[in-house]
Design a protein around this ligand. Structure first.
Ligand code: SAM
Length: 305
């Protein structure tokens, strides 16, 4: 688990560099679709996504994922089959397919989106397969994908169901598979929802870091009476989620909504609190294989000091 907190411009610049190298050309393609008013470029949700994928949080989340993909390639880990869960209208899966030569399936439970893109996606968005599905009940067999990505989706899963979601994501991973999961802290909703959304996101991340993971671990290793302390010990020892340490739990607990100021504050909203952190997100890497977990953890230390 990596907390992606940036406290100044240079830190932000470091965290988001892969976005500028790999993702930005796709944003330009999106912009051209919009200017040309093509079928997809005229769609309201496509235009909204064009703005969403450029928010500072998303830049950090995608960059985290790209760094992990690069690491997997460097370590010769298999990343041929990839499932991007809750893909939305984002071209993230296309970037992964093109840059990392992967066979990518992009899945979302928004039927309209899947139907529309299956029919009208421009050629540059056709390097992936657009598929309808519900993360809570995936139709894939166990041990199916090399990599599963889930970018900014878990916080949208209804309260109480996030452990089921995590279980599904782990289930469809191959024994040597890797789950890349991010959750952002920030409103993507309308300005008037700012405070409500912030509260919900933060609560979501905290639940992910405490209660829900506990249930996932129980599902993975059988019913054992876990306390938070022994759970953390288990996670550190067995590395179900890499880098989930006592310290990372503690630092999560210390982050409050007051720490998170950002882009929308700069964009004319009243500064409701003095910022201590500019942008925030959490990046998690989940694996099933303990040996692989140790190998990844060592390398992630270099990647995210
Ligand atoms: C904030 S968007 C993130 C989209 C995309 N991953 C990105 O990088 O911009 C959340 C997406 O999750 C999808 N979603 C929500 N619940 C889902 C579920 N149970 N199964 C699959 N997709 C879901 C929504 O339809 C939406 O497209």
């Amino acid at each position: 688990m990596r907390l992606l907190l940036t406290r100044d411009e240079s830190e932000f610049e470091w965290y988001t560099r892969p976005w500028y190298d790999l993702f930005e050309p796709y944003v330009q393609k999106m912009g051209r679709e919009i200017s040309a008013q093509t079928k997809v470029g005229s769609h309201r949700e496509f235009i909204r996504t064009y703005h969403n994928v450029r928010t500072p949080m998303r830049k950090m989340e995608y960059s985290f994922a790209f760094r992990v993909f690069k690491l997997l390639r460097r370590l010769n880990c298999e990343c041929r089959t990839v499932l991007d869960v809750g893909c939305g209208w984002s071209p993230f899966g296309c970037v992964v397919a093109d840059i990392f030569s992967a066979e990518v399936t992009c899945l979302d439970k928004d039927r309209e989106l899947i139907g529309f893109l299956s029919e009208y996606a421009p050629s540059w968005m056709r390097s992936v397969q657009w598929t309808y599905g519900d993360l809570l009940e995936l139709s894939y067999p166990d041990n199916h994908f090399d990599v599963v990505t889930c970018i900014s989706v878990l916080e949208h899963i209804p309260r109480g169901l996030d452990s089921q979601a995590l279980r599904e994501l782990m289930r469809i991973l191959k024994p040597n598979g890797i789950l890349i999961l991010t959750v952002d802290w920030g409103p993507s909703s309308l300005i008037e929802n700012l405070f409500r959304f912030l509260r919900r996101s933060v609560t979501g991340v905290k639940r992910l870091a405490t209660g829900s993971i506990k249930e996932v671990v129980q599902a993975a290793v059988g019913p054992k009476p876990y306390t938070t302390g022994s759970l953390v010990k288990y996670l550190v020892k067995e590395c179900l989620f890499i880098g989930v340490t006592k310290e990372s739990f503690e630092s999560l607990k210390r982050v409050t909504t007051c720490d998170i100021s950002s882009w929308w504050v700069r964009h004319g909203l009243p500064d409701y609190t003095p910022p201590r952190t500019y942008y925030a997100a959490v990046g998690l890497v989940g694996v099933k294989n303990v040996t692989l977990a140790r190998r990844l953890e060592e390398n992630l230390k270099d990647l995210f000091p």
